[in-house]
Design a protein around this ligand. Structure first.
Ligand SMILES: Cc1cc2nc3c(=O)[nH]c(=O)nc-3n(C[C@H](O)[C@H](O)[C@H](O)COP(=O)(O)OP(=O)(O)OC[C@H]3O[C@@H](n4cnc5c(N)ncnc54)[C@H](O)[C@@H]3O)c2cc1C
Length: 405
């Protein structure tokens, strides 16, 4: 069997390894448009902050692939797929045959339509090349504006701040991390980040990037301006669906996959940020790994593994602020009960969301000891209704709850 993987990110390398383990005799080829072997994107922040060297990024150096008999094709962009004839086309127009194919092409940053985003000094962060460009530019300037107060924006802001820049975060929503936090939790987090030296402006829509010849400020919708030399947009991602679309596969926000991670073409699978499962493009690493493993199993032995979804969970670790969000932490409505404990002064926020006596979501700020137990309660669907009044108590041991419903 010849298995081909398009994309050398976490989904691609996880699948390559899983295929190799399941089928030692298979031919495994990984094509990556970037010129580097696999590196961990979260480490790009430490790299920008000046805390690690470039070499430390490479979690899977080229030798790792060679030792496992995985053929790695770097700087090798696939330009077309033909699911019917089982061929892919490379950028030099050559064609290569395969038996099964995994699309692990990930996603790219999305910049909302605004004037001046093409100017020198405007960046997005996705790849090592982006990080190298940001790092080089940051050396010649002293102020930065990060547009987008989501997880990636805040971590990038912190990295630039650690690198010595004054940083202003500009968020469109009225509070930070609108996808993960509720307003009260966001207020606690904002106070923590401000105490660390980040400036934060919320409820602000960026309309244009100004400056000649380089960007030197942004203009907001209300006409006011914020000055900054390095402007970084962290305003979401879009799945890399171009190849799939042109090949006639079913595509929505991502490439649509079923519970076998199979696309609408029989021998073409998709995993990671490019894949849309049950209406969801996760955009984070844990689902990419789970999906890649299931896809790999099914590429080796069709129908052998099933994916049922991943509990969305994120963590943000900035100095003095450790945030974990699980499941439906921001859910609102009559069917939900919300249990909250907030302490702005000490930077603590704890929230559990219950539905029908079961925990379905959580927000834990500076409460890492609780995250594992809460995750288990959610995953196992434990009925906690008898203990609801005590779940947030400091001395209540969540681990002591029954392990089943
Ligand atoms: C700075 C940063 C920090 C992050 N930190 C976290 C974190 O802490 N926790 C977390 O859960 N998530 C984090 N994420 C998100 C996480 O990195 C993504 O969810 C993850 O990388 C998705 O993996 P993937 O393999 O699907 O896609 P990607 O990592 O995007 O890899 C896809 C690869 O496919 C290649 N490719 C695309 N098209 C082609 C083509 N036509 N031919 C050949 N190759 C192609 C791309 O060049 C790319 O290298 C972070 C993201 C960034 C940018």
């Amino acid at each position: 069997m010849k298995h081909t993987i398009v994309g050398n990110g976490v989904a691609g390398v996880t699948a390559a390894q899983a295929i190799r383990q399941a089928d030692p005799d298979a031919e495994v080829h990984v094509y990556g448009a970037e010129p580097y072997p696999y590196y961990r994107r979260p480490l790009l922040w430490e790299f920008i902050a000046g805390q690690i060297e470039q070499d430390a990024l490479f979690f899977r150096p080229s030798a790792w692939y060679a030792e496992r008999g995985i053929a790695l094709h770097l700087g090798s962009e696939i330009t077309a797929l033909d699911p019917a004839s089982h061929h892919i086309t490379l950028s030099d127009k050559s064609q290569v045959e395969h038996d099964s194919l995994l699309l692990a092409t990930g996603a790219r940053p999305f910049i909302p339509r605004s004037e001046g985003t093409e100017k020198k000094g405007v960046f997005t962060l996705r790849t090592l090349d982006d990080a190298l460009a940001i790092k080089a530019y940051a050396q010649g300037v002293s102020t930065a504006i990060v547009i987008g107060g989501g997880l990636l924006g805040l971590e990038t802001a912190r990295a630039l701040h650690t690198a010595g820049l004054e940083v202003i975060v500009v968020e469109f929503f009225p509070y930070l991390l609108p996808r993960q936090l509720d307003e009260e939790g966001a207020r606690v987090l904002q106070a923590l980040l401000e105490a660390q030296g980040l400036q934060i402006v919320t409820g602000a829509t960026t309309e244009a990037v100004l400056g000649v010849p380089c960007a030197d400020c942004i203009q907001l919708q209300d006409g006011s301006k914020i000055t900054g030399d390095l402007i970084l947009f962290s305003t979401g991602i879009r799945s890399e669906v171009g190849l799939a679309k042109e090949a006639g596969l079913e595509v929505n926000r991502g490439v649509i996959v079923n519970s076998h991670l199979q696309t609408s073409a029989r021998d073409v699978f998709a995993a990671g940020d490019v894949a849309e499962f049950a209406g969801q493009v996760y955009g984070i690493i844990p689902p990419a790994i789970e999906q890649a493993r299931v896809a790999a199993a099914n590429m080796v032995e069709p129908g052998s593994a099933t994916y049922t979804g991943t509990l969305p969970s994120t963590t943000l670790k900035v100095v003095g602020a450790e945030l974990t969000t699980l499941g439906e932490g921001t859910a609102e409505g009559d069917e939900y009960t919300q249990l909250r404990h907030a302490d702005v002064a000490s930077g603590h926020y704890r929230k559990l969301v219950l539905r029908d006596g079961h925990v379905v979501g959580a927000i834990l700020l500076n409460d890492p000891g609780r995250a594992r137990a809460v995750r288990q309660l959610i995953e196992r669907g434990v009925d906690v209704s008898a203990y609801a009044d005590h779940l947030l108590d400091d001395d209540f041991d969540l681990e002591s709850l029954p392990k089943t419903t």
